[in-house]
Design a protein around this ligand. Structure first.
Ligand SMILES: [Ca+2]
Ligand SMILES: [Ca+2]
Ligand SMILES: [Ca+2]
Length: 507
């Protein structure tokens, strides 16, 4: 239990101070909701995609594969917060959605190449409510009543970013593993998952199915007015400091993973690619009274993801669904949200207004140094064009996860994490001079919450200060949510993401 605000407030903060706090919060929250509120008249409820979890991108990762550095692995996760104990209908990809991973390799923000994933679920026995009628011991086990398979199609795009033809079918009837039900139903889960790793023509590897959610974050504190538990005493509404809590611990998600030889992804002119993942639905859905649903019409993109956390904390409510439906090549319309970020305003007000009052928690300075909240060309570079000398793709502003494929783990000690350099990757990635991680692509263990908190607060750390002249304000460069790693460890080889939590074992 947390003590109430009243019990932790310092006695020196009287009614006047409370009034100041209330006014400050009102100001920041009012100002923060400004740009979107004009469009919010009929969209005051939660944004559309939160009502459509099976088409909801949760995270996107892309990195040079540590065990095969001539390939790139891209991981697109969908379906947030899957509770492992979820029968009788367990989670699956949506047969009526189009999932896609797209690559821009010439810097114009438009895709040149894409991999489409379409799923198909069978019901082997409609006369039982059970997901399985006995132990599932192989992917073809007749005990598994709801097997899902998928196809992969490679699409080439023309100069206008439109598909050039129907694409090449790389594989059909590719198996997914079942969800991790429990010791009676899925007694040897890892062998089921391993059997679902499939090699396609051209040396491409794919996997699609349930996994542990690799994202780690103190969601409960961050969305309680941007609370960071280790920094609680320095918040405008102070609480005692405590360690961070991974709110996604024990939850699963669904991963689409594809490993592709790098020479199939890059263009002649640059080793750097920009990646984003999407989900689309057909324009019309007809609900028939006999229990069937039919979908018609062209595909409409309903979700997209490039850099992490953008639609969560950079795009305001009034534009979130619009951002999801837009293409990265159109992102100049959203540039003001990136270069005048609400997160930086909040950091100033919530952690920068009052002098330090609480006990020191290994946190050196108390209040943050004042953060620039407009004209943030550093954020434009990191999030919209790429960083010169690291992963710049061009001048077109587009929210893509940019990966310089020439920077490889283990090669000449350039980055940790490869076979020649067994040291683990650094969770702060580029901020700590480990150039193989975010924002140069994104690995599973990259602590994008702490990285972004520091980047938005201009606390770039000594390496980027020396290398690029970026500001290194202190203690802004110490910010974090107190959750430094995932609840379970990742594999060093494809498909990397950890085994999903089993329904039976959930605490
Ligand atoms: Ca392009
Ligand atoms: Ca996890
Ligand atoms: Ca963290």
């Amino acid at each position: 239990m947390h003590p109430s605000f009243a019990t932790v407030r310092k006695p020196t903060l009287g009614a006047v101070a409370l009034g100041v706090i209330a006014l400050a919060l009102l100001l920041i929250l009012t100002r923060a909701s400004g740009p979107g509120s004009a469009f919010a008249s009929s969209h005051a409820e939660a944004p559309l995609i939160s009502q459509d979890p099976r088409a909801d991108n949760t995270d996107l990762y892309a990195f040079v594969s540590p065990e095969n550095t001539n390939t790139v692995t891209m991981i697109a996760n969908y379906i947030p917060l899957e509770a492992p104990a979820s029968g009788p209908n367990f989670y699956s990809f949506d047969d009526t959605a189009l999932y896609e991973v797209k690559i821009d390799n010439d810097g114009d923000g438009q895709p040149d190449l894409g991999y489409q994933f379409r799923f198909q679920t069978a019901t082997r026995n409609p006369d039982t409510f059970l997901y399985n009628t006995g132990p599932i011991t192989s992917l073809s086990d007749p005990n598994w009543n709801r097997p899902q398979t998928y196809s992969v199609t490679r699409i080439h795009y023309n100069e206008n970013g439109k598909p050039a033809g129907k694409g090449e079918l790389l594989g059909t009837n590719i198996p997914t593993p079942p969800d991790n039900v429990g010791p009676r139903s899925t007694p040897n889960y890892n062998s089921l998952a391993a059997a679902a790793v499939t090699t396609l023509p051209g040396g491409i590897k794919v996997f699609a199915g349930q996994r542990d959610d690799p994202f780690f974050v103190d969601l409960g504190s961050i969305f309680d007015l941007a609370g960071l538990r280790p920094f609680n005493p320095f918040h405008l509404l102070p609480l005692p400091a405590e360690p961070g809590r991974d709110a996604i611990k024990n939850y699963n998600t669904h991963s689409i993973e594809i490993q592709v030889p790098t020479n199939q992804l890059v263009s002649f002119s640059s080793p750097t690619i920009g990646i984003y993942a999407t989900a689309s639905r057909q324009k019309q859905r007809i609900l028939d009274e006999n229990g069937t649903t039919k979908n018609h019409g062209p595909w409409v993109q309903v979700s997209r993801l490039g850099n992490p956390l953008i639609n969560e904390v950079v795009i305001p409510l009034g534009d979130k669904d619009n951002w999801n439906r837009s293409d990265p090549a159109e992102d100049s319309q959203f540039e003001h949200y990136y270069s005048s970020p609400e997160v930086s305003r909040l950091e100033n007000v919530l952690y920068g207004m009052l002098p330090p009052t609480g006990p020191s928690n290994g946190h050196a300075g108390g209040a943050l140094q004042n953060i620039d909240t407009t004209g943030r060309t550093d954020l434009d570079a990191i999030l919209l064009t790429g960083v010169d000398g690291l992963n710049k793709t061009g001048s077109t502003e587009s929210d893509l996860l940019r990966l310089n494929t020439a920077i490889k783990p283990g090669a000449n000690g350039a980055c940790p994490g490869g076979t020649a350099s067994p040291a683990p990757p650094d969770r702060l990635a580029v901020l700590d001079a480990d150039l193989c991680g975010y924002p140069n692509g994104r690995r599973l263990g990259d602590d994008v919450i702490d990285i972004d908190l520091r980047v938005f607060a201009q606390g770039y750390g000594p390496f980027l200060n020396a290398a690029f002249g970026l500001p290194n304000k202190s203690p802004n460069n110490q910010l974090g949510d107190g959750v430094d790693s995932n609840d379970v460890s990742f594999s060093n080889a494809f498909p990397y993401v950890a085994t999903p939590h089993q329904g039976y074992e959930v605490p």
